[in-house]
Write a protein that binds this ligand. Structure first.
Ligand code: SF4
Length: 374
């Protein structure tokens, strides 16, 4: 089977430990379950329902993909490359924890075909890292960037978080300056959100997290936008900044609400089957996932047919995040909501394109809700 190139996502669910704020499908497990899960993911990839369809991008996320051995990680990539041959120049990314990489692992990854690495730095402050529950130290980030460059990755991203417990505007500025000083090609900056079912959520309920107030959070974000622009990292999405030509092609597929294939425990894919767009989530726990793959039973724990309204809302929620805006042809807006977001100056409109103004970027979800018909 062939077809239009499609984005491919691989979820590796293991981490050295569970961070306090994390609500991703990740598990602090070791031993045989890791080998077994890697074998099951490889089986799932090789049995892809769209085998032969070319990959336009490939992205390994998690969890911590680099918690796997070099052989495990590159073996999984080989399975993807053989099942979904990449188009020429396809972006092939792995997320990496700076504490789980070294030169031999990076060399093996580049030799196998990875050309982009996304380093979860989160902060350069040792106290932040300790409180977040990260396993790496601040000094590991610069070492990892330098090793990634030596290994020959064509593009390097750093993830940073702001609005951390106890973080001042000055401390955030220091973090930003240290990150920008590493001169990576891409920076992703995320505001800490407190998600249910996390240790941080329980601490927050007890009033034990000293989070920066809304005004400070806005100042942190605006400082980041200004500083990134000053260093040649253009903002192209609410949380993402890149040198020209280094925008994340994989994430652009999500923001443009395109289809994607997904493999691994808890992986979420979205594709058209028999004329219907279906979003499907794999069994989340590695054990249940392995048993299902090994016995050839259904892997999905959720599967939803997306209605036209669902798809329109998703297009809006994701497309508005892009600085270049989105094509609105075929979308219907709530007239009162449209009037309101125009009056507030939250959107710009050029022909059939619409996007968020600087002010509007603080209200992305609100704009999407206002614009959506009842
Ligand atoms: S490294 Fe990432 S995926 Fe793993 S526990 Fe921490 S936040 Fe979650």
């Amino acid at each position: 089977m062939s077809g239009e190139p499609i984005a491919v996502y691989i979820h590796t669910p293991f981490c050295p430990s569970k961070c306090g704020y994390c609500d991703f499908n990740s598990y602090a497990m070791t031993g045989e379950i890791i080998d077994r899960t890697v074998r099951a993911i490889e089986t799932e990839i090789r049995q892809s329902p769209e085998a032969g369809r070319p990959a336009k991008t490939i992205f390994f996320g998690g969890g911590t993909p680099t918690f796997l051995s070099g052989d495990q990680l590159t073996g999984l990539l080989r399975a993807v490359l053989e099942t979904h041959p990449p188009i020429p120049g396809a972006e092939i990314t792995s997320e990496a924890n700076p504490g789980t990489v070294d030169m031999p692992k990076f060399d093996a990854m580049v030799a196998a075909g990875f050309n982009r690495v996304s380093l979860g730095a989160q902060s350069f402050d040792s106290s932040d890292l300790l409180r977040l529950g990260r396993v790496h130290e601040a000094s590991h980030v610069a070492q990892a960037v330098s090793a990634a460059r030596k290994a020959g990755f064509g593009s390097i991203n750093i993830d940073l978080m702001f609005a951390l417990p106890g973080q001042s505007l000055k401390a955030w500025e220091t973090n930003l300056d240290l990150a920008l000083g590493l001169k990576t090609d891409h920076l992703s900056l995320y505001c800490l959100t407190i998600e249910p079912n996390t240790r941080y959520y329980r601490l927050h309920l007890r009033g034990m997290l000293d989070l920066p107030d809304d005004t400070t959070q806005v100042a942190m974000y605006e400082m980041a936008v200004t500083k990134c622009a000053g260093k040649g990292l253009a903002q192209y999405e609410i949380s993402n900044f890149a040198k020209p030509g280094h925008e994340s092609q994989h994430n652009l597929c999500y923001w443009r609400a395109e289809d994607y294939l997904a493999f691994g425990p808890g992986a979420v894919g979205c594709r058209v089957v028999d004329g219907q767009r279906i979003r499907s989530t794999n069994l989340k726990h590695p054990l249940g996932y392995c048993e299902a793959v090994e016995s050839g039973t259904n892997l999905a724990c959720e599967s939803d047919v997306l209605s036209a309204e669902d798809q329109a809302f998703e297009r809006l929620m994701l497309g508005l995040r892009l600085n270049s805006g989105m094509e609105t042809t075929g979308l219907t807006f709530d007239p009162a909501g449209l009037k309101k977001v125009r009056e507030r100056g939250w959107i710009w409109e050029e022909g059939s394109r619409m996007g968020l103004t600087e002010e509007g970027r603080h209200f992305c979800s609100e704009v999407a809700i206002q614009l959506s018909p009842e």
